[in-house]
Structures are given as structure tokens and as C-alpha cells.
Design a protein around this ligand. Structure first.
Ligand code: 5AD
Length: 346
């Protein structure tokens, strides 16, 4: 199996069959070999630097009903909230003072934040913090709306494709959502000059190695700047309440494959990794990730943005949390830096 890792290192791609073989045939020894290579590839481009992004959870209203997600429309037990422009700006101020130079505005698909409202928020953030990058993660939109966001100052956009296989996509989403439109959005975003992030859940219901191989091949086609992956974690108030969670082990393996496929990729060690294992975040970094996204949302809304059970919503002040994070990274030999942390061309 090492020969497949070596081939991936050299060619940065495998065939679907080879990816399936690599994923299904993985062993602890092979994983170690893969992780060592992933760290080496990452360090050649990004050194030991860890980029941080300040996550601002704008709204937990959502018009969609994805079967896996805790803030889906049908979950009537969610206490819904929306942040005002003033609240968002206060989060940015706090984040800036702590050393964040990227703000990520993430939310459910909430029509309250229509194009005009978002453009106003974006312009104000950009005026106040011209040295910062703005990332949006607000779901599917028209080309025109994405263009307006870009023009108003958004630099990056995160939209996970969730699963590239249309049949698997239909097993995770209601009929109103399709893999085709998801992909259309991603290619629109690239065309508009965003740094684009995609990604998928690992261990989602009905997922097989074949689907993961298709995810990797889709990403090779998209050639994104960022890819976020995390284990599926069941939420007790969704149709998938009784489904098994994804594993840390497979998520790390997939993460390291991504690093070998795309040496320059910005890969977050996600909150979901930190949720299924106390050292999940560190292990993500040691498998090739180079980004962490601490939460800058107001403390009282954090527990309301529960997309899966037990999502970390630290009650600590953001600054204390950041000191802790820096220390955790230092302990494993990495360093949190104050920078926009843009994609580096090789
Ligand atoms: N478990 C893990 N990840 C989830 N997401 C949504 N619900 C869950 C869940 N139950 C992920 C999706 C989405 C991102 C914001 O969070 O991939 O794109």
C-alpha cells in the first residue's frame, strides 16, 4: 500500500479504484506513513505556521431541511437568533484586537440576510478593517448575489459540497437540494475570483469508500483553495439521530490524502474533530491541517448554533481560549500567526 501513497505524492492524483483501495486497505502503519508525508508537504509551503480565522455565527435560522443538521428548518426545539450589524461589528473589533485578520461570517440560509443587507454589512467591515480578509459561508445563492458579495469586499467563500455522488446527496438532503446546484455554486464562486472552500463529512450515513473516492475526484476537478472535512456527528433532533458517528481515524486519513493532492491547500482542523476527541484538533494539525477557526460569536448565542450534538461552545473568554490554543499548538511544534493567511501559490 505504501506504493499508492508514493504514487499520490508524485502524481497528486490516483484513479477512483486506487483511492478506494487506499481508503479501504488503510492500516495504522500506513496512516503514520501518510501523516509523515503530509506534514512534510505542508511544511515546505506553510512552514509551522497555523492560520486562525474568527468565526462569527450570524444566524441559526435556515430555510433548508438537511437530514443531518441540528439547525434544520423542521427542528422546532432550536431557539433561533440573528446577529445585528452592530453585534457583528463588535465581534470583529474583539477579534481584531486578539490578532484575527480573517472574519468568517457563517450562517444558515436565512432570507433575512438578503443581498442588500449583506452588502451593507460587508462594506462596513471592509471599511473598518481594510487589512482583513472576509470569508462568507452562507450557503447556495445565484451568480448575481455572489457577484454582489464579491464586489462589496468578500474575499473567500466556504460551501462544502457535502458529497459528490448525486444519489448519496439525495440520501442526505430533501428534494429541494441537489448535488448539481451545489456544484454549480462552487464553480460560479471560482469564476468570480473568490478563494473557494469546499469539503465533505466523513462517515455520513450511507457513505462508502467509493463515495469518498468520488469526493476526492470532484475536488481535483474543482481545484479549491480550502477544504474543510469533519466527522459526521449525529444530532438527537434530526432524522439521523440514531446514525453512527464518523471516526477521527478515517477523518485524519482523508485529511492527509487532501494534503498530498493539494500541497498549498488551506485545511482547517475542524471543530467537529475537536468534538469527537479531546486531542482531535492537534491530531488534525499533525495530519496536515494548517488552519484553526475559533469562535468569535457572542457567548449567549454559541449554544444555539448546535449543528450536531456536543459541539464545543467554550464558555471561556475568547482571549483566554486563544492563549490556550496557542499553547496547544506550541506543544506540538506549531505556531499561531497574526496574518490574513491567504492561499499560497506554489
Ligand atoms: N455532523 C457533522 N458535520 C455537520 N455539518 C452539518 N451537520 C453536521 C453534523 N451533524 C457540517 C456540514 C456543513 C458544515 C457547516 O457543518 O458539512 O457544511
Amino acid at each position: 500500500m505504501r506504493d499508492l501513497v508514493d504514487k499520490l505524492l508524485k502524481n497528486r492524483i490516483l484513479t477512483k479504484e486506487e483511492f478506494i483501495q487506499l481508503i479501504s486497505g488503510r492500516t495504522p502503519e500506513l496512516s503514520q506513513y501518510l501523516f509523515e508525508n503530509a506534514r512534510r508537504v505542508r511544511e515546505k509551503i506553510y512552514g509551522k505556521d497555523i492560520y486562525i480565522r474568527g468565526l462569527i455565527e450570524l444566524t441559526n435560522y435556515c430555510k433548508n431541511d438537511c437530514y443531518y443538521c441540528g439547525i434544520r428548518k423542521s427542528n422546532s426545539n432550536v431557539s433561533r437568533y440573528r446577529l445585528s450589524k452592530e453585534q457583528v461589528l463588535a465581534c470583529c473589533r474583539q477579534g481584531y484586537d486578539l490578532g484575527f485578520r480573517t472574519f468568517v461570517l457563517q450562517g444558515g440560509e436565512d432570507p433575512y440576510y438578503h443581498e442588500k443587507r449583506m452588502v451593507d454589512i460587508l462594506r462596513t467591515i471592509k471599511q473598518s478593517y481594510p487589512d482583513c480578509a472576509i470569508t462568507l459561508s452562507l450557503g447556495e445563492n445565484s451568480y448575481q448575489t455572489y457577484a454582489a458579495y464579491r464586489e462589496a469586499g468578500a474575499d473567500r467563500y466556504l460551501l462544502r459540497h457535502e458529497t459528490a455522488n448525486p444519489m448519496h446527496y439525495a440520501q442526505l438532503h430533501p428534494d429541494s437540494l441537489t448535488a448539481e446546484n451545489r456544484k454549480r455554486c462552487l464553480f460560479d464562486l471560482k469564476r468570480l475570483g473568490f478563494q473557494v472552500g469546499s469539503g465533505f463529512m466523513v462517515g455520513s450515513p450511507y457513505q462508502r469508500a467509493e463515495h469518498l473516492a468520488e469526493d476526492l475526484l470532484f475536488l481535483a476537478e474543482l481545484n479549491p483553495h480550502m477544504v474543510g472535512i469533519g466527522p459526521f456527528i449525529s444530532h438527537h433532533e434530526t432524522p439521523f439521530a440514531k446514525e453512527k458517528n464518523g471516526t477521527l481515524e478515517l477523518t485524519l486519513f482523508m485529511l492527509a490524502i487532501l494534503r498530498l493532492m493539494f500541497p498549498s491547500l488551506l485545511i482547517p482542523s475542524t471543530t467537529a474533530l475537536g468534538t469527537i476527541d479531546p486531542f482531535g484538533r492537534e491530531q488534525g494539525i499533525l495530519s496536515g491541517a494548517n488552519v484553526v477557526m475559533p469562535n468569535l460569536s457572542p457567548l449567549d448565542v454559541r449554544e444555539k448554533y448546535m449543528i450536531y450534538d456536543n459541539k464545543i461552545a467554550t464558555g471561556l473568554e475568547a482571549s483566554e481560549y486563544l492563549d490556550m490554543l496557542k499553547e496547544q499548538m506550541r506543544k506540538i511544534g506549531y505556531e499561531v500567526v497574526v496574518a490574513r493567511g491567504d492561499y499560497k501559490q506554489e
